[in-house]
Design a protein around this ligand. Structure first.
Ligand SMILES: Nc1ncnc2c1ncn2[C@@H]1O[C@H](COP(=O)(O)OP(=O)(O)OP(=O)(O)O)[C@@H](O)[C@H]1O
Length: 653
């Protein structure tokens, strides 16, 4: 039976051959093939947790990159418009124009999208079915509210940015698939929730800090955060400020905006000179978003009458006024330009084609960076992230820079069209985002103790380091206090007795270290806390509950110094490890080339032996590798000695 034949493997050649014209004229056949596939399909399960029972931070808590797929319902008359856009098809068919699905999805977590790929073989149309997995799958009936709850709320992204972290949501997909629909809704929902969440977090923070809140009404209401907003548009290579007012327009009536430079400054920050507006309420943020969105440059393309050809980056920077030294949190909402194919942009003018080319370059680079970030979190190793290659990824430095000490999470929502005519785009989009899906890291065996690497310290070693650090801080305060008194005394014509130089004298550190680092906790766990969380833990662990000696501010400074030093040590250790890995990789590559098949044979043997026995696999591999590297060094030394002898002989001759 002709309809029963399904093409299991569809090559790119097949796809290209199956033009929109062919698909449209063969719709009844494709619909029948699809029906046949649906009849055989097992019933799909939906979300395991209903919307009303969702709680923050469940499954994806340990993931740095979360992938979601979304498709929208077909729009009224859209199928007919797609058909009409294709005059050949219109002539060739007498069928009424009806929608035919290009993707099938059961909304779930984790979820699966099946793309139906139409093809054409010598004996008729074929339909292949490609499966793509994501952390979250949203079908056409899922509302924007549910998307917000299952992405932003469940992953606690607002709290992350209120705690000094960086949360980033990116909408990716073909033009007209619903990116702006999703992002604008998220932007407005963020505007609605951010200030309430901030007040709740603020009140909790004040409670933990025991701040005297009678002095300031802001503190009473939990208003301890300052919010600033910027809105940048990246069109091709050109960045501009969506909040800057301009009355100049080009020939097509598009506003001409002053270009904003995107580059790293002397200290490594990427801070384009944008207008940064302070906002204090949902209404102010809402108004600002509306203003910027109305400025967003939009021009008609083949696909969507109001298509946006630019990336739009809304950044909300959040400062905790009670912790002026801590990093500022960031919430980045990025509506990416439509991922147009060359075929779709070639009817445009040169400027538009250049923009499309530039957009594609930036999207490819973004893919490399997100993939590397996802791999790094999953493998807990070192992976190079090429974020400096492109303006778009430079703007996302806080989430890609591995030397940044801010925790970060990226949520990518990939959008696909529901129509079979767009399947080629949909498979591009789904295969762009699917590799970001990683399995959360497995707990690893603990590393051997290294005094300079806090990640290797056990509980006792961490307690010892914390006690020592707080003691140093207390002594620093004593010296500072004495210096201030000595200066005052000098002004008054006295001389103060020198501070006794007793380095080992006990000092009251004013904090119960075991409360900061309870049994089971180690320096590695503390290093993963956000700075405000660590300070909060220290304040809870204060032994001087009146908080007058040292003062609250002085105590917070000490806590900040301690966590700063700990994170610095971790950063240095990571950098050292990275250099070691890079050097080792180079050495291993050279050894592999020199030893040829011996390398693989020896490593295979080690793997088999490790599988057969119950020894430590990593140690067995390391042992085999070190043996091979020793062989490599011996051969190299022998080669060098021979070379030297030969040169000496030649010189003698
Ligand atoms: N989930 C949805 N439910 C109903 N309508 C939707 C949905 N998603 C998108 N739409 C509608 O589809 C159309 C295209 O959506 P949108 O403009 O958001 O696409 P886009 O991907 O941002 O396109 P572009 O890249 O061209 O900006 C709009 O009319 C929008 O209202």
């Amino acid at each position: 039976m002709r309809y029963a034949r399904l093409a299991l493997q569809t090559t790119r050649g097949d796809l290209m051959a199956t033009s929109a014209t062919v698909i449209t004229t063969q719709l009844p056949t494709y619909r029948a093939l699809l029906q046949e596939w649906e009849n055989k399909r097992a019933a799909a399960k939906g979300f395991s947790v209903p919307l009303a029972e969702l709680e923050p931070l469940t499954k994806n808590a340990s993931k740095d990159v979360i992938v979601a797929f979304r498709t929208r319902p077909p729009l009224p008359n859209e199928a007919a418009e797609k058909f009409r856009a294709n005059p050949d098809a219109e002539k060739a068919s007498t069928e009424p124009v009806e929608f035919c699905a290009g993707v099938t999805v059961a909304s779930a977590e984790p979820g699966v999208f099946v793309a139906h790929v139409p093809g054409m073989k010598w004996n008729g149309p074929t339909l292949a079915h490609k499966t793509y997995e994501a952390d979250l799958a949203f079908g056409p009936d899922v509302t924007n509210e549910e998307v917000f709850q299952r992405t932003v709320v469940v992953n606690d992204l607002l709290s992350l940015s209120l705690s000094g972290g960086v949360a980033c949501i990116l909408a990716y997909g073909q033009t007209g698939t619903g990116k702006t629909f999703t992002m604008e809704s998220i932007e407005h929902r963020v505007a609605r929730d951010l200030f309430n969440t901030a007040r709740t977090v603020g009140k909790r923070f004040i409670q933990a800090h025991g701040t005297d809140n009678t002095t300031s009404p802001e503190l009473e209401t939990g208003d301890i955060f300052e919010f600033r907003v910027t809105f940048l548009e990246l069109l091709g290579k050109h960045a501009s400020d969506l909040l800057a007012v301009t009355d100049k327009v080009d020939e097509q009536g598009n506003p001409i905006r002053t270009e904003v430079a995107v580059r790293e400054d002397a200290v490594g920050n990427v801070r384009p000179g944008l207008i940064s507006t302070a906002v204090r309420t949902s209404e102010e943020l809402e108004a600002l978003i509306n203003r910027a969105l109305s400025h967003r440059r939009t021009t008609a393309t083949l696909r969507n009458a109001k298509s946006s050809r630019s990336h739009a980056l809304l950044t909300i920077t959040i400062k905790n006024t009670l912790l002026p030294y801590a990093e500022e949190g960031q919430l980045i909402l990025l509506d990416l330009a439509g991922s147009e194919r060359y075929e779709d942009s070639k009817d445009h003018d040169k400027q538009r084609m250049d923009e499309a080319r530039e957009n594609n370059k930036s999207l490819m680079n973004l893919k490399e960076c997100v993939r590397a970030k996802a791999r790094m979190a999953a493998e807990q190793g070192f992976v190079h992230i090429p974020w400096r290659t492109n303006k778009l990824t430079m703007l996302l430095k806080p989430i890609f820079d591995i030397e940044s000490r801010q925790p970060s999470k990226a949520m990518i929502i990939a959008h696909v069209s529901p129509h079979i005519q767009d399947t080629i785009h949909s498979t591009n989009t789904l295969s762009y985002a699917a590799p970001f899906l990683t399995i959360p890291p497995k707990p690893r065996e603990s590393l051997p103790y290294d005094a300079s690497d806090p990640r290797t310290w056990d509980h006792d070693q961490t307690i010892e380091w914390l006690t020592d650090s707080f003691t140093q801080e207390a002594k620093k305060s004593q010296v500072a206090e004495w210096t201030a008194k000595a200066r005052a005394a000098e002004l008054a014509g006295h001389t103060l007795d020198p501070l006794p130089d007793d380095r080992d004298a006990p000092v009251d550190i004013g904090v119960d270290i075991l409360k900061i680092c309870p049994p089971g906790s180690t320096a590695k766990n503390l290093g993963m806390l956000y700075t405000p969380q660590f300070v909060e833990a220290c304040l809870v662990a204060r032994t001087d509950t009146d908080g007058d000696k040292p003062t609250q501010d002085e105590f917070k400074r000490r806590a900040l110094d301690v966590i700063g030093n700990l994170v610095y040590l971790i950063l240095i250790a990571k950098t050292r490890k990275r250099m070691e890995i890079m050097n080792n990789r180079k050495k291993i590559a050279a050894a592999k080339t020199l030893l040829g098949p011996v390398w693989d044979e020896t490593m295979d043997k080690a793997a088999k032996a490790a599988r057969a026995g119950d020894g430590n696999r990593i140690a067995a591999f390391a042992f085999a590798r070190d043996g091979l590297l020793a062989q490599y060094r011996a051969i190299k030394a022998e080669q060098e000695a021979k070379e030297k002898a030969k040169t000496a002989e030649e010189e003698d001759a």
